[in-house]
Design a protein around this ligand. Structure first.
Ligand SMILES: *Cc1c(COP(=O)(O)O)cnc(C)c1O
Length: 454
């Protein structure tokens, strides 16, 4: 069935809203109740075992991480975030208690990288380090990885380089973790990357290469430079399994946190998760893990800026034109300009898109002004500091109840009958390291928008 057949009138309406950079909701007609594990185009399968292997790798390195990052001493090297009840924010967002309960997954406070990139980025650097450490006999399988902190081990790792192309946050994560382990590190930054992120990396001895173009250009330049150096590992945000699996490990911890807070996930108690999406690796990894672990009653929605809905246009192309398409937001007449710099990506990861095709519930878009307003509401109601990208998920509940597409989805899935029992989980993906002056600017902009709205 084509999208036009399943969503007769909505199709043209959605396309118009997308083109005009107006907030829109797309529902995935290809979502399946059973989680799929095969990725035909990529010639491999992926399963919960892969997620568990990533979590086990992070655990093997915990002792070393606690030693090289003072901020991880308290958690013994575990990089995790709390699951916070957000009832106070619910009122500010105009979300009635009968419409379910709101939580936030507070990745905006993740240590080391200050964003969700701590998960995937750290995992990929550790996977590279582990392979080298075993090859060079710096550690034994099952041994104590704290041996990698020795000057001799660092000298060996220091012969290698880790490189990445990024709008900022991924570079921050990769650069900081790689340099802490003794690697040389190079980060290719797009023009929209913030100065403070470049400064922070340079302070750590990371080589920052600035590019005039967008995120794709930075990635391409990094990939090209790395390919000429056999001692360089390039972290490829557009096609990395290692990143994706690092993100997916978050689902294992969230499952525990939900149980601890007494949150059930079943037909009577759906869990709806709203994830900010850039290239798609982070939200796809997490959505994959959640669908594997929690079954069909977890519904994942991705959130993108109205000028950068790369994942949405990819899913639309897959649904209407079949596989093999790779449209960009520029093809839709959009600018890819947004203050949500972590999400300023013109073209989605095909790996993430293929993985999400049978698993994702939908994608919606958000205007920048709304991000700033919600950033302020999060501060006022919860006292939490998030960056604009991290606010993208907060429009999710209202997109479901306040749009025709959302209401149809609620009815078709039967979620409307049990909405009062639903748990809404907004993933707040970054903020900790934003300098105060920058953050105050965000707050001022949000308050100005609120004042103008009266
Ligand atoms: C990178 C990023 C995301 C999205 O991750 P992708 O893998 O690019 O989809 C969301 N929020 C923030 C703050 C980010 O830095």
């Amino acid at each position: 069935m084509t999208l036009a057949e399943t969503h007769p009138a909505m199709d043209a309406l959605l396309a118009n809203r997308l083109r005009n950079a107006q907030p829109a909701l797309w529902i995935n007609p290809a979502r399946q109740a059973q989680p799929a594990v095969a990725l035909p185009a990529l010639g491999r399968t992926i399963s919960l075992d892969d997620t568990q292997a990533a979590a086990a790798r992070l655990a093997r390195f915990a002792g070393l991480l606690a030693q090289v990052f003072p901020e991880l001493a308290a958690t013994g090297g575990v990089v995790e975030s709390p699951l916070l009840p957000a009832t106070a924010l619910q009122a500010a967002l105009g979300w009635a208690p009968e419409q379910g309960r709101l939580f936030i997954k507070a990745d905006h406070g993740l240590p080391v990288a200050g964003s969700i990139k701590a998960r995937g980025g750290m995992h990929e650097v550790l996977e590279f380090a582990e392979r080298l450490a075993l090859e060079h006999g710096l550690v034994q399988p099952g041994g104590d990885y704290r041996a990698l902190a020795s000057p001799a081990a660092r000298e060996v790792l220091g012969r290698y380089q880790v490189a990445v192309g990024s709008t900022g946050n991924l570079g921050l994560s990769i650069g900081v973790v790689a340099s802490a382990l003794g690697f040389k590190a190079a980060v290719h930054m797009s023009a929209d990357a913030k100065e403070w992120k470049k400064d922070r990396l340079r302070l750590r001895g990371v080589e920052v290469v600035e590019h005039a173009g967008d995120y794709e250009r930075a990635v391409a330049a990094g990939r090209a430079q790395a390919s000429s150096n056999p001692l360089c590992h390039f972290v490829d945000d557009e096609q990395s399994f290692s990143l994706l699996l690092g993100y997916s490990a978050a689902a294992l911890h969230l499952q525990q946190q939900l149980a601890e807070q007494g949150v059930a996930v079943d037909a009577e108690h759906p869990l709806i998760v709203y994830l900010p999406c850039g290239v798609g690796g982070a939200p796809a990894g997490i959505a994959f893990g959640l669908r594997q672990l929690l079954g069909p009653h977890v519904h994942c929605f991705f959130a993108e800026p109205v000028q950068s809905p790369c994942f949405l246009v990819q899913m639309l192309a897959d649904a209407t034109q079949g596989a093999g398409q790779h449209p960009s937001v520029y093809d839709w007449g959009l600018t890819n300009r947004t203050e949500a710099d972590g999400l300023a990506v013109p073209r989605a990861s095909l790996l993430a898109a293929e993985l999400m095709q049978p698993l994702l519930s939908g994608v919606f878009t958000v205007a920048d002004d709304t991000l700033f307003v919600q950033l302020v509401q999060v501060l006022d109601a919860l006292g939490e500091r998030i960056e604009p990208s991290a606010a993208a998920g907060f429009s999710g509940p209202a997109m479901l109840t306040g749009t025709t597409a959302g209401q149809a989805w609620l009815q078709n899935t039967g979620v409307d009958a049990v909405l009062h029992n639903a748990t809404h989980l907004v993933w707040t993906t970054g903020g900790l390291l934003v300098p105060d002056a920058q953050y105050q600017g965000f707050v001022q902009r949000g308050r100005a928008v609120l004042a103008a709205q009266g």
